[in-house]
Design a protein around this ligand. Sequence first.
Ligand SMILES: [Zn+2]
Length: 265
Amino acid sequence: MKTNKAFLFNEEEEAERILKEGFDIEGIDYGKMYIIAKYFREKYNYGEIRLERKIIDFCQSVDSNFNPITQAEYIQKWVKSAMKYDLRKINSIYITKKDVEFLREIENEKHRKILFAMLVLAKAMKISGTKRGKEDYKTSDNYYIRYNNLSDVTRISRISNVSEMALALILHEYKQYFTFYSPYKELIRVDFVDTSGDDDIEIDNLEDISEMYEKLFGKDICVVCGKEFERKSNRQKYCEDCSKKIKSEQTIKIINEKRRKAKSK
Ligand SMILES: [Zn+2]
């Protein structure tokens, strides 16, 4: 029985997809049933008893051998959590220019991708306080991710061949930017997040942030010589050599202009 609890940015979309196309695995995905239960409760505004009936009907429609008596413990868990939590519905998060500048300083490409994913997840966790009626998680000034989100970091950043152990070791190299709580507390505080509030860069494809990564940090082609270069700012159009040349040409122009004006006085 698979209980895969990946962090999903938009659980509503996922629930609708499952109801249309079925689970990705044969039979019932017990991990995803939490989302289905929340979806039924929200969509039909069910109380506990009707929700339980709906869940049993649904499970039996997926697996005709589903036995509500032997599985009663699971059903109760799904119902309880659905009564307590709302569906997470995050379509986009915002980061700041300072966040981007900070990440540009990370020279190792793979490490930068990991830290970028940590930032995106921490931002999403912040706005995902899904406990019904409780807002306190959102009002804290700090940003956190959970230890069990580490597999989500590799998933959304699309880096391959990084085990959870390897990832933990990489994070340790950047320990000045994090606060690691004991595994018992389950939290990692992400301390490099810019909290100035100038959130003006939108990231909307949250399940795959590699495209946005390329946009923000990827290589560009110089408009003058056609060489590839790594952008250091969003406005940069030339490679370093060309921008040096252009700058010195502009300087000469300005000097000549000044001389010309001085002469004509
Ligand atoms: Zn160039």
